[in-house]
Design a protein around this ligand. Structure first.
Ligand SMILES: C[S@@+](CC[C@H](N)C(=O)[O-])C[C@H]1O[C@@H](n2cnc3c(N)ncnc32)[C@H](O)[C@@H]1O
Length: 224
C-alpha cells in the first residue's frame, strides 16, 4: 500500500494510461499504477543502478516482472518519443523535475499528462509549466509524518500565466482550499520567516531583500 503522498500521485493517473515513473527508486508507484490504475503500460526508470535493482526486486516480488519494464537512464532519456502518454516525477526538487521535462522536448511534446510531486522549487516548476504551454488541471495536498506535500497534474495547452500567489500556493489549491490548505500556507510562511530571521541579522545591506520577503509573507498571510 502506498503512503498518502504516492497515492495522491497515483490518483492523478488516468486508468488505461501508458505511463513512465521517472525516478522510481523502490518501484512502489509503478506497481500501484499497473495493479490498481490498470495502466496499459508502465516503465519504471531511474538514473541510478541501485534504485533500478531495488525496483526490479520489488516488481519481481509483486509478480509483475513481465509487465513492468525497469530502465536505467537520466530523466526522459530512458523513454522514446510517443512511448508513453503520462509521466510521473515524484520526490525530487521542482527545478530538477522541470529540467527533466525541458531537456527532452521530443518526448515531453508527445505526452498528454504530467503528474509532478516536487519537494521544493514549487514556484519555479509552476512557472515552467505555464511557460511551456502546459497548464495545471488539478492539484492535491497530502500529509505524511507531519509534512505536507503538493501534487500537481498538468495537461497540454496554453493558459493565462499564474499570479505570484498562484505560483507559490497553486492555482487549484487556492480555488479548492482542501483540508490541508491552511497547513500548506503556514508552511510557506514559516519558510519565508526563517529567511527573514537570517536577513535581520545581516545588517543594512540586506534591507531590500528583507523588504521583499516581508512583502511575500504579507501576500501569503492573506490566504490564511
Ligand atoms: C527521493 S527518490 C524518490 C523516489 C520516488 N519517486 C518517490 O517519490 O518516493 C528520488 C529518485 O530519483 C532518482 N533520480 C534522481 N535524478 C534523476 C534523473 N535525472 N533521472 C531519473 N531518476 C533520477 C534517484 O536515483 C532516486 O531514486
Amino acid at each position: 500500500m502506498l503512503d498518502d503522498r504516492l497515492q495522491a500521485v497515483a490518483d492523478f493517473v488516468q486508468d488505461d494510461s501508458s505511463v513512465a515513473d521517472i525516478g522510481t527508486d523502490h518501484g512502489y508507484l509503478a506497481i500501484e499504477l499497473f495493479k490498481t490504475n490498470n495502466a496499459r503500460r508502465v516503465i519504471a526508470a531511474d538514473l541510478n543502478a541501485g534504485p533500478c535493482q531495488a525496483a526490479r526486486r520489488t516488481i519481481s516480488e509483486a509478480g509483475f516482472s513481465d509487465s513492468i519494464e525497469v530502465r536505467q537512464g537520466d530523466g526522459l532519456a530512458a523513454i522514446n518519443p510517443g512511448e508513453v502518454d503520462t509521466v510521473c516525477i515524484a520526490g525530487m526538487g521542482g527545478k530538477l523535475e522541470a529540467d527533466i521535462l525541458e531537456v527532452r522536448p521530443e518526448v515531453t511534446a508527445r505526452l498528454q499528462c504530467l503528474v509532478l510531486q516536487p519537494q521544493n522549487g514549487f514556484e519555479y516548476l509552476r512557472g515552467w509549466i505555464y511557460d511551456h504551454n502546459w497548464h495545471i488541471e488539478d492539484e492535491k495536498l497530502a500529509k505524511v509524518e507531519g509534512r505536507v506535500y503538493q501534487i500537481i497534474k498538468a495537461t497540454q495547452g496554453k493558459k493565462e500565466p499564474l499570479t505570484e500567489a498562484e505560483l507559490i500556493l497553486g492555482p487549484i489549491l487556492i480555488k479548492k482550499r482542501p483540508a490541508l490548505f491552511a497547513d500548506h500556507v503556514q508552511n510557506n510562511i514559516e519558510q519565508l520567516d526563517k529567511i527573514r530571521q537570517g536577513l535581520r541579522k545581516g545588517g543594512s545591506h540586506t534591507r531590500d531583500k528583507l523588504a521583499e520577503i516581508e512583502r511575500r509573507i504579507k501576500l501569503l498571510e492573506a490566504y490564511l
